[in-house]
Each structure stands twice: as C-alpha cells, then as structure tokens.
Design a protein around this ligand. Structure first.
Ligand SMILES: [Zn+2]
Length: 166
C-alpha cells in the first residue's frame, strides 16, 4: 500500500475548493480547515461512497421478515405466559397445551434464522444486480408475510373447528 497524505489533509483540500454540506446539519463547510463542523460540532471524516449501494430492496426483505417475527414472537411469548399460569393452577402442563406452543415457537425460530442469515450475508445481497435484489426482496416479503397470514388463518380455522367440537 502506498502512503498518501493523511485523510484529514485530503478533507481540507476537498473542502477548500468545493461546497460540501455537513452530513448532520447541512451547514456549508467550504473553506473549513478542521475536522469539526463549526455549526453543530459534528466530527467529520473523508469516506468513499457508492451510488450503487441502495438499501431499498434489502430493507424490504428485512421488514418482510421482521414484522411477522415481531407478531409471531409476541404471540409465542403471550401463549407461553398463559400456559404457565394455567399450569400453575392445574398443577402441570398438558400435552394439548404444549402442542399449541409448538407451531408459533417453530415459526419464531424459522423467522429468526432466515433474518439472521439475511443480515449476516447482507454484503452479498448488496453486491448483486439491482433486478436480482428486487426479485429477492419480493420473494422474502411475500413468503415472510404470506407465512404469517397462513398461520393466522390456520389458527383461526383451528379455533373455529375446536369450538364446534366442544
Ligand atoms: Zn454540522
């Protein structure tokens, strides 16, 4: 690696000849000879950006998993809490109540695993062509939210079915 001028010198050179806004307060930094914004006090540094890095599709995929995870996760916690209360009054868990917890808990774990993979491999996602990113985001969101709707429908129909039998 060849050693160039320190980054702070490069920053001063850049600001000496161009209008650049402070990324925090939008104050014009032209002519600034320090690494602190005189208006808001934010520390400044020179960075390389890329207009190819657009997080839209990845965020859509993230939300398509995070929203159902929030719903199913809370539902699992709530169901678990109710079961503990029931178990305390009846002196133990029955197989039937544990079975009620199995599906939401499995779904929660599945959402966490896929979400974790999406976050861990985000750079691979960002490096793909935009069309492929959009396609992936669409699939993640449709599957993520579709699975939640399927689960809600199954629970609702299941409750209806058991309600008729009792
Ligand atoms: Zn500022």
């Amino acid at each position: 690696m060849t050693k160039g001028p320190p980054r702070d010198d490069l920053l001063s050179t850049l600001l000496g000849g161009s209008d650049v806004s402070c990324p925090v307060c939008a104050y014009n930094l032209r002519g600034l000879n320090s690494t602190t914004c005189p208006e808001c006090g934010a520390s400044l540094q020179l960075q390389v950006g890329s207009s190819d890095l657009k997080l839209g599709p990845w965020l859509v995929a993230l939300l398509g998993l995070a929203l159902p995870l929030g719903f199913v996760g809370l539902h699992t916690l709530f169901t678990g809490a109710v079961m503990i209360v029931i178990a305390k009054t009846q002196g133990g868990f029955s197989a039937g109540t544990l079975r009620l917890l199995l599906l939401p808990a499995t779904l929660t774990i599945a959402y966490v695993l896929v979400l974790w993979r999406l976050i861990r491999r985000r750079r691979k996602f960002w490096a793909r062509p935009r069309a492929a990113q959009r396609r992936s985001a669409f699939i993640y969101a449709i599957l993520g939210i579709g699975l939640l709707l399927l689960y809600v429908a199954a629970r609702w129909l299941g409750g209806f079915y058991f309600g008729l039998r009792m």
